[in-house]
Design a binder for this molecule. Structure first.
Ligand code: PLP
Length: 431
C-alpha cells in the first residue's frame, strides 16, 4: 500500500519508504491511501483466532508488497510474545493491561514492530540506518529494547540529564551493543531541538541515513491497533456496546483504535482522557485547535502541548467536526483527581493503576455516567512500578519489583554526556 503526506506537497511512497523517511519531505505525517474493512466473519469468529493471526490479518493490507506474508508472520510472532489481558473491574468495566512487555509500557509493541521492519528492510544492505530519538522517559526504553541487536540499525537516544526517572534512565543506558545513550545537559525540548537540527543538517545527511522512532512513524503507530482488537476479542461475549477510554498524549494510540473501528471493529465510542494538557478536550468543546506549552503532571508521558497525531484523527473523519464528535469525546483531569481515582480503584477493587491508567478510568467514568448501558474498557498503558514513588505514596502500599525491572536495576549505566549539537554531530560522524 502507498502512503501520502497530510501536507499534500510530497509524492506518495511505499510502506518501506514511509518507515525509512519517518516524516514526509514536506514535513507532513504519512497516512495510508485507503483502509479496507476486514470481512464481517473476521469479527464474528475473532474468539477462535490467535493474537498472531488477528494481528497478521489486520496489518497485512498496510505492509504487503514490501513485506511478504512469511516474514510478516515472523515479525509478528517476535513482536507479540507477551499477553494483553483484559481485567474486569465490575459489571460493565474492564482494563486492558498493555504493560506486560519488556519495558512495561505500551510503547513496546510499536517500537518492536518498527525495529523488526527496519531490520527486514536493511537485510543484505551494507549501509546502515541510524535511528535518532529524543525521549522524555518511556519512549527511550521501549526503543532501546525493541532495537537491541537488530542488524543494520544503530540507535542513538538523547535524554535530558536528571529529568527522567532512575528506572527510565537505566532502561536506556544499560543495554549497550547497537544502542547509544546521550545524556544531554538541558531539557527534553533541548534534546528534541538537537534531533530536529540533525534531520535538517544536509552535511550530516550526506553521510548517513537517519530516521526517527517516535509515533509519527507509521510502523510505530499502526500496530497499536492490535490492542483494540485483542480487547474486542475478550469483551465481545458481553453483548453490550463497547466504549474505549485511552489515556492520551500524542494521540497515536487512540488514533490506531479509530483505525481498528474503520476496519470494521464494532465499537460505540472512544474517549480521549488527558491530564491538564487539554488541547483536545478544548477542541471537542469549541472546534478550535489551539496548541500551548505543555504543563508538567504526574502522568508525564502525556504532557504534550501539541499532540502530533491529532491531525491524523481529524483526517480520518474528513476534517468534519460533527462526524468526529459522534465517535470521540475528550475530557481533562487534574493530578488531584487522578490520585483520588487511584485510591478509589485500589479501595474498591484492590487493583493498582498507574497515573496514566487512572486518567483513562476517569474519562470512562465520566462518559458512562451518561451512557450507562455500555461496556467500558480503559487502557492501562504502563505498569504502576514505572511510577513507583507516586503510586506507593498515593495508595500507601509497597509494590514488588518485577523481574524485567530488577534486571535493568542491576545493569551498569553507560552514556555520553553532551551539551551542544556540535558534540552530537561529531559523535554521529565518527561512528
Ligand atoms: C506514551 C504514553 C501515553 C500516551 O500515548 P499517545 O499514543 O502518545 O497518546 C500514555 N501512557 C503512557 C504510559 C505512555 O508511555
Amino acid at each position: 500500500m502507498n502512503f501520502y503526506s497530510l501536507n499534500g506537497q510530497a509524492p506518495q511512497v511505499s510502506f518501506k519508504d514511509a518507515v525509512i523517511n519517518g516524516i514526509a519531505p514536506d514535513r507532513g505525517l504519512y497516512f495510508p491511501e485507503k483502509i479496507d474493512p476486514l470481512p464481517a466473519s473476521f469479527f464474528d469468529d475473532i474468539a477462535s483466532l490467535s493474537k498472531h493471526e488477528i494481528a497478521f490479518r489486520a496489518i497485512r493490507q498496510f505492509v504487503s508488497l514490501d513485506i511478504p506474508d512469511g516474514p510478516l508472520r515472523e515479525i509478528i510472532s517476535k513482536v507479540l510474545d507477551f499477553d494483553f489481558p483484559l481485567v474486569e473491574l465490575g459489571e460493565n468495566m474492564a482494563t486492558l493491561e498493555l504493560f506486560h512487555g519488556p519495558t512495561m509500557a505500551f510503547k513496546d509493541v510499536g517500537a518492536r514492530f518498527m525495529a523488526q521492519c527496519l531490520g527486514y528492510f536493511s537485510q543484505g544492505k551494507n549501509n546502515e540506518v541510524t535511528v535518532l530519538v529524543a525521549t522524555s522517559g518511556d519512549t527511550g526504553g521501549a526503543v532501546a529494547n525493541g532495537f537491541l541487536g537488530v542488524e543494520g540499525v544503530q540507535v542513538v537516544i538523547l535524554y535530558p540529564s536528571g529529568k527522567v526517572s532512575d528506572i527510565q534512565e537505566r532502561q536506556l543506558t544499560t543495554l549497550g551493543k547497537n544502542i547509544t545513550a546521550m545524556e544531554v545537559t538541558g531539557s527534553f525540548d533541548d534534546c528534541q531541538h538537537m534531533v530536529k537540527t540533525a534531520f535538517l543538517d544536509k552535511d550530516l545527511l550526506a553521510h548517513m541515513q537517519l530516521t526517527s522512532a517516535n509515533s509519527i512513524n507509521v510502523a510505530r503507530w499502526l500496530p497499536q491497533l492490535f490492542y483494540f482488537l485483542f480487547a474486542y476479542r475478550q469483551a465481545q461475549k458481553k453483548e453490550m456496546e463497547i466504549v474505549f477510554s485511552v489515556p492520551s498524549g500524542n494521540f497515536g494510540n487512540i488514533c490506531a483504535g479509530m483505525v481498528a473501528k474503520r476496519l470494521g471493529m464494532p465499537a460505540k465510542h472512544f474517549v480521549a482522557a488527558t491530564n491538564l494538557n487539554d488541547i483536545v478536550p478544548n477542541y471537542m468543546k469549541n472546534a478550535r485547535y489551539e496548541p500551548k506549552p505543555s504543563v508538567a503532571t504526574i502522568s508525564n508521558a502525556m504532557d504534550v502541548g501539541d499532540p502530533s497525531n491529532f491531525i491524523r484523527i481529524r483526517h480520518l473523519y474528513g476534517n468534519r467536526f460533527d462526524a468526529l464528535a459522534q465517535d470521540l469525546s475528550s475530557y481533562s483531569f487534574t493530578d488531584t483527581e487522578t490520585k483520588a481515582a487511584m485510591k478509589h480503584i485500589y479501595r474498591e477493587s484492590k487493583y493498582i493503576t498507574d497515573p496514566h491508567g487512572a486518567v483513562g478510568y476517569l474519562g470512562l467514568k465520566k462518559y458512562q455516567a451518561e451512557h450507562p448501558n455500555t461496556y467500558g474498557i480503559f487502557l492501562e498503558t504502563a505498569h504502576p512500578v514505572k511510577f513507583l514513588d507516586i503510586v506507593e505514596d498515593t495508595i500507601d502500599q509497597k509494590l514488588p519489583i518485577p523481574p524485567q525491572i530488577q534486571k535493568v536495576m542491576d545493569g551498569t549505566k553507560k552514556a555520553h554526556a553532551i551539551s551542544s549539537y556540535d558534540q552530537l554531530k561529531s559523535y554521529l560522524l565518527s561512528g
